[in-house]
Structures are given as C-alpha cells and as structure tokens.
Design a protein around this ligand. Structure first.
Ligand SMILES: C[S@@+](CC[C@H](N)C(=O)[O-])C[C@H]1O[C@@H](n2cnc3c(N)ncnc32)[C@H](O)[C@@H]1O
Length: 198
C-alpha cells in the first residue's frame, strides 16, 4: 500500500476505533446518530442488518445494557467477542425475508448499515444500495414494534427521494442525516425514522 493510500484509509476515526476496541470506524456514525436522535434505549431490542465486522453491534449492545438484546445478520462472519446480550446470524438478507425470526420477534430498533461491494459505477452502486435499503425497510415493517425506530444507510442516487417519501409515511419523526464521520467522497447518507405510527 502506498503512503498516500494508507493515510486516506487509516484516518483519525480508524485509529480511534482501534484504540477503543471497535473493529471499524463506522462506530462513530452510529454514535453521532444516537447522540442526535436517542434511538437506542436501555433494555431495547435491536436488529442490526449488515452488522459485520461488528462496531454497531458492540455499540448497540452496550447502549441497550444487559436487559436489552441485539441480533446481527450479515453474509460475512466476524471474529469479535460477542457480548452476552448479542447474537449473530450468517445469512443473506434477500434470502431471509420470511424467516421465523421475523415472525416471532418485535424489535424496538432496526438498524441497517448494509452496503453493496462497490463497482465504481455510481449508478450501479446506488441501485444496489437502494435494493438493500428496500429489503431493510421491508424487514422493519414486519418486525418493528409500535413506536419503534429505523435507521438505514443508502447511497444517494436518483431513486433516493421516492424511497424516503415512502419510508417517511411510517414514522412520526423522519430525518435525513449525514454524519460528520462519513468520508467526504462517500455518497452514503442515513435516514432516521422515529416512533413508528403505522
Ligand atoms: C459497511 S459494512 C457494516 C459495518 C457495520 N455496521 C459495523 O459497524 O461494523 C456493510 C455490511 O453489509 C453487509 N451486506 C451487504 N449485503 C448484504 C446482504 N445481502 N445481506 C446481509 N448483509 C449484507 C456486508 O457484508 C457488510 O458487512
């Protein structure tokens, strides 16, 4: 890796995450969202879609405390040590839509930080991101308890508005938020729906 490239990726937040024993810098995006919107409550039940390598999962498990719980789903494995109140499932979200987990569980929060492998073609990447966000929203609709909250990453693209208009209708409070921690060149943006009303 060249010095220039190393500097670009191992930025301040990557170093900070390592020091604080989080596997990825993405922890600080959820931390910003939590500070601003207070999504995860003590004792809450959280579903974390696209959890790997596990920074959001660890942060969410800590935020709910031991009376709460977190379930993470990802196509990838993780090697982090899981807290007692967290469990993970290795699965592709597109093949998991009708699983009994979703029939039996009611979550207070559904998080999705899912992202496709990027191709460099922004049209393709945002279309794939939208597919993941749509799948996450479908699961949120099936599993969120009344007054529950939904946080979802999506790459900004031409169907962004149509998607957010649809999600907005399900929540009393709806925000679009770009954490400061997002890399400048990134097209990712987060939607935050609070207080499910449908
Ligand atoms: C940016 S990472 C998530 C980082 C995570 N929030 C953290 O803090 O460690 C995006 C994740 O989405 C997962 N993902 C992408 N497509 C998926 C799918 N179809 N089903 C489940 N997970 C998926 C990827 O495997 C990847 O681990």
């Amino acid at each position: 890796m060249t010095k220039k490239k190393k500097k670009r990726w191992a930025d301040h937040y990557t170093v900070k995450a390592k020091k604080e024993n989080y596997p990825a810098r993405s922890i600080y995006k959820l931390q910003e969202i939590q500070k601003k919107y207070n999504i995860i409550k003590r004792g809450g039940r959280v579903l974390d879609l696209g959890f790997a390598p596990g920074s959001w999962l660890l942060y969410a498990a800590h935020s709910t405390g031991e009376d709460g719980s977190v379930i993470g789903i990802d196509i990838k494995d993780t090697d982090i040590v899981l807290p007692n109140n967290a469990k993970v499932i290795k699965a592709d979200i597109f093949e998991y839509q009708d699983n009994e987990l979703f029939a039996d569980n009611r979550f207070d929060v559904v998080l999705s930080d899912m992202a496709p492998d990027t191709t460099g073609n922004s049209f393709v990447d945002s279309a794939r991101s939208l597919n993941l966000a749509e799948a996450a929203f479908l699961i949120a609709k099936k599993t969120l308890a009344p007054k529950g909250s939904f946080v979802c990453k999506i790459f900004f693209g031409e169907d962004f508005k149509a998607f957010t208009d649809k999600v907005k209708g399900y929540f009393k409070e709806f925000k679009i938020f770009k954490p400061k921690t997002c890399r400048k060149q990134s097209k990712e943006i987060y939607i935050v729906g609070k207080d499910r009303s449908i």
